[in-house]
Design a binder for this molecule. Sequence first.
Ligand code: MN
Ligand code: MN
Length: 307
Amino acid sequence: MENKALIFGHKNPDTDSICSSMVHEILDRKNGYETKAVRLGKINKETQYVLDYLKLEAPELIEKVEEGQPVLLVDHNEFNQSVEGIEKAKILGVTDHHRIANFETAEPLYYNARPYGCTATILLEDFKKCNQTIEKKEAVLMLSAIISDTLLLKSPTTTEQDKKALEELAKIANIDVNQYGLKMLKAGTDLDDFSCEELINLDAKTLEKDGTKYIIAQVNTVSIEDVLKREEEIKKAIEKEISDKGLDLFVFAITDILNSNSEIIALGKKAGVINSAFGKELENDKAFLEGVVSRKKQLLPNIDKNI
Ligand code: MN
Ligand code: MN
């Protein structure tokens, strides 16, 4: 067992999960605590862009944790999105901006939740509370996470705090956020090397409600049409996932980050929920959802309510 507390975000880590783990470790060190950022999955291309920009190595990959392992969670709390063995780990703290569900601890903990658009926005406040200086490295990590989670402040999950944080971090990092942000987001939309199985798992969240098990997966793109060239193959991959995992529903959102819309593919015996959730009939298992870009604020709550 690792003595140091391990810090990690959710499975299928996104830029916020990786960058916030790293920033948490940096802040802990400044405060005199030895912790270690790790990750629960492959680095995506968007996050790789950030790491390359800063010439940093990715945190170490872990598969599971042992009983009693001290851990700190960022960017998630639900056990089904966390590491294998989380039920028996010692959760020291959580820094998160999601709903709280499927979460329970045996002991008291630090729980730092704010309804902001990004975990990194919470961490910026932590830096200030601890009176610690913010250097360029952590500034770029935090602003990258904010750009990613809020799609350059265009997502409806964006809060005033995120806007202020991004502005402040951009000054510290001396970076043109629009230019940097677009390059970073575009790096993440290069989907060509992924097989359809990989595509539907790149950013997939497993959810459960009253015994209904479902997944909402999302990919960002600058051309929905381009992704749909593989529509039939994608559907086959989804059908396989549904039968392998015994799912009732799989929603795959293809999100156009330039125009802020999503095309969704919904399969499974509960696919009819899309109609009640968004007032749109599925055509050929698909629906175009105008203005929908956020899983957390738009897709998930509407689907969850209607399941
Ligand atoms: Mn995340
Ligand atoms: Mn996040």
